[in-house]
Write a protein that binds this ligand. Structure first.
Ligand code: GLN
Ligand code: ZN
Length: 756
């Protein structure tokens, strides 16, 4: 008998019920009781969808974040909130968001960072040398009772002790690993508590097993599981987000009852693991991707699994590769998706149905699910052969890519002279990152247009008015290189996806990014073609309103790739190059239309870095090549900008320099310009615009502070290569914040010029 189970279910709700419930609570429009009732209801819904599984996860539901939940379970809250008044829920949201509903006690929120290589963000546990832990198992115990009452077979899910430490940050630079000794007794107590509740299996997540581990961390894993092995529950140690590679031996031999691994990426790695695994251990294979939205090839999966099932018998478990948190809830809600494309997809609910088909095929023979297998095979065959997926001319264009395509005609030094001659910019030129406030008027016009309440001509007129307004404001401010303001863009990826062929859009394909925030990644299903220019009309309209240079604004191929659900039937590198060729055409069209400054945003380039450093090189090779293909077909006199909104460049600075953008604008204001060290040490040769104020905050920067920051910058980078700009785009701000902030920025640039 093969056992089927799940590692975690999306908690946001098929209609984002949790998002709306949380936001109502935070606004003070719903009570804590109403919020808890909603949580209970969502868990019930989700368990019902999983009722056909042998084991369902319990404890995967979180009101805000599963890591924050774990911190509460371990009685580990940041010092600064510990003694504040209020309920546990108040405390929870204080750590999550800085303050809770109706709470005037100002307190800084916990830091948030990406959960491995996903787009989910967790609240970072904060450690010091004095950190202590104390068990609070109430959440798990309550949810266990709730699951039992519903008649499902519960398997509690917790973040493992070593991953928990790895995810946290030592605030005092102490060694986090030293806390393991204090942490393990609390985990042991937790497992005992669960055992006393009659729990048989506990899923303990240790995804750090798919990263590179030095000797200390390997040792920590050994210590932890040797110490926990006396507990009365069986531990299913779960690793996910990639193959185990060099951690296989370690993982196979930790003293636990079972091991779950991601089996979607590297079947050879799994085969080797099976050879290493002691004969009494359960092996759970994650055969259905929890990271993409494609149907699984059930026939091919069974071909692989059948001999394994024979060999492993009762010891074989099947599951999705990771928690389904990273995929949307239910494909059935989609009413507008093209039926052909829809038939290729599976969201969380559909993935669990696939899992049941696999389980039944193994346990009762393929004949028992013949119809399901036939339908799956037919959908896959249709996808494989669809002319909407495969466009020979696009594949030929990718095959014909040469190094010359990504090569500017002359070196930066020669280009810079030509650009200076016609752009005639002052020292410390000022610009912005692209977007201006997305006002309620803009949003209303867009939703009216989408709903058919206004026509295309009216929509265009409304957007042109916004563009004209932003040009007027920029001229009044005295900025040097202007932007059109991106009024017409709902989102920097969706806007381009909607105009490219090979993309589809869901209505409800929401995935939690953090807390109540969700994203709806577009679905890249086919070879990419650009039927017509996407931005030229807006940019040339903006240019027609001013004699100053207007900066064309595009999203780069790597960012489009990293913020989409992409194909699993070809390497990411190939998809990225297709995007690069399409955006390259847009760049060249802008240039032909007379636009002489073009910015290509790569906000998500860093995000795409693989979990293992040994694989960075390969990723950066094709990512940077894709950018170069996009950008570097222009004439020497055309100035290419790129923008990246994050603040770690040290380890990728060579790749950044290799992009060869004439100007890069980056987020720096909160690092006090220190992150320019990476550029200084590398002797970065081109121009840089270090952000001079944080756009995430409503605070208005002062002229003096900006001058001070730029002076610091000028100690690191020659002044003639510095630009003055905000950290990022201004779309989330209001005009009454933007104008005084940019006034201060322009005045600061003038002061710097006068002093030079
Ligand atoms: N051009 C985009 C904007 O200004 C860049 C956004 C980003 O970097 N995330 O909004
Ligand atoms: Zn940015």
């Amino acid at each position: 008998m093969t056992i089927i189970h799940n590692l975690g279910f999306p908690r946001i709700g098929a209609q984002r019920e949790l998002k709306f419930g949380l936001e109502a609570f935070w606004r003070g429009e719903a009570s804590a009781e109403q919020l808890n009732t909603l949580g209970t209801w969502l868990r019930e819904q989700h368990w019902q969808l999983q009722a056909g599984l042998d084991w369902v996860p319990v404890g995967d539901f979180a009101l805000y974040d599963q890591v924050l939940d774990m911190s509460f379970t371990l009685g580990h809250l940041p010092e600064r909130v510990r003694n504040l008044p209020g309920s546990e829920l108040d405390q929870y949201f204080r750590v999550a968001r800085g303050r809770s509903a109706g709470d005037s006690t100002g307190v800084a929120a916990g830091e948030m960072t990406k959960w491995f290589d996903t787009n989910y963000h967790y609240i970072v546990p904060e450690f010091t040398a004095d950190t202590r832990f104390a068990l609070n198992a109430s959440r798990l115990v309550q949810q266990l009772a709730q699951a039992r009452a519903q008649g499902v077979n519960p398997k509690p899910v917790i973040v493992g002790p070593v991953t928990y430490l790895a995810l946290g940050k030592a605030k005092d630079d102490s060694n986090k690993l030293a806390l393991l000794e204090r942490l393990l007794p609390v985990y042991a107590q937790l497992l005992d508590t669960l055992a006393a509740e009659g729990v048989e299996w506990v899923q303990v997540d240790e995804p750090i097993l798919v990263t590179e581990l030095d000797a200390d961390w390997q040792h920590a894993l050994n210590t932890a599981y040797h110490q926990l092995k006396s507990s009365k529950v069986k531990i299913l140690l779960a690793s996910y987000f990639g193959p185990l590679l060099d951690n296989k031996y370690l993982a196979a031999n930790l003293p636990v009852a079972g091991l779950h691994v991601d089996a979607t990426q590297d079947a050879g790695d799994v085969q080797q693991l099976i050879g290493l695994l002691p004969a009494h251990k359960v092996l759970s294979l994650g055969v259905i991707s929890g990271r993409n939205i494609w149907k699984t090839d059930l026939g091919a999966t069974l071909d692989w699994l059948e001999p394994l099932a024979e060999r492993l018998g009762e010891r074989l478990w099947l599951a999705p590769s990771c928690s389904l948190l990273h995929v949307p809830v239910d494909l059935d809600s989609e009413e507008k998706l093209d039926p052909e494309v829809k038939n290729w997809l599976a969201f969380a609910k559909q993935k669990l149905q696939e899992l049941q088909v696999l389980g039944q095929a193994l346990n009762q023979g393929r004949a028992s699910v013949q119809a399901e297998l036939a339908a799956n095979a037919a959908a896959l065959a249709q996808r494989r052969n669809s002319p909407r997926v495969h466009r020979p001319e696009v594949q030929a264009a990718v095959a014909a890519i040469t190094a010359a395509l990504g090569q500017r005609q002359s070196s930066y030094a020669a280009r810079a002279q030509q650009q200076a001659a016609h752009l005639r910019l002052p020292a410390y030129p000022t610009t912005t990152i692209g977007s201006f406030p997305q006002t309620p008027d803009i949003r209303r016009a867009r939703s009216d247009f989408k709903a058919g309440r206004i026509g295309a001509a009216d929509y265009q007129k409304a957007m042109q008015e916004e563009i004209a307004r932003s040009v007027r404001e920029q001229e009044a401010l005295g900025l040097d290189v202007l932007v059109h303001g991106e009024a017409e863009r709902n989102d920097m990826v969706e806007y381009f996806g909607e105009q490219l062929e090979g993309y589809a859009f869901s209505q409800f394909g929401w995935v939690q990014s953090y807390g109540s925030r969700c994203v709806k990644p577009p679905i890249l299903f086919g070879d990419i073609a650009r039927p017509r220019a996407m931005t030229v009309e807006w940019i040339t309209y903006a240019q027609s309103l001013t004699a100053k240079p207007m900066k064309g604004m595009l999203t780069g191929p790597v960012t489009i790739l990293n913020w989409s659900f992409v194909r699993d039937d070809q390497p990411r590198s190939t998809t990225c190059k297709q995007l690069a060729l399409a955006i390259r055409q847009e760049v060249l069209d802008l240039e032909t239309a007379g636009v002489r400054v073009i910015q290509i945003d790569e906000a998500a380039l860093r995000e795409g870095l693989p979990l293992r450093k040994s694989q960075w090189h390969e990723y950066l090779d094709w990512a940077i090549e894709s950018f170069r293909i996009t950008a570097n077909g222009v004439q020497d006199g055309t100035q290419i900008h790129t923008h990246m909104c994050y603040s770690e460049f040290n380890d990728i600075i060579a790749a950044i320099a290799d992009m060869d953008a004439d100007v890069i604008t980056i987020e720096t204001s909160r690092s006090d310009m220190e992150l320019l060290d990476a550029f200084e040490n590398f002797q970065y040769p081109n121009e840089i615009g270090p952000g001079v104020y944080d756009i995430h905050s409503p605070n208005i920067p002062t002229q003096a502070h900006i001058v001070q920051l730029m002076q610091k910058a000028a100690q690191r980078i020659p002044a003639e290569r510095l630009w003055v700009n905000p950290d990022c785009g201004l779309k989330t701000r209001q005009w009454n914040e933007v104008i005084p902030a940019l006034q201060a920025m322009v005045a600061a640039a003038q002061e710097l010029r006068a002093a030079a």
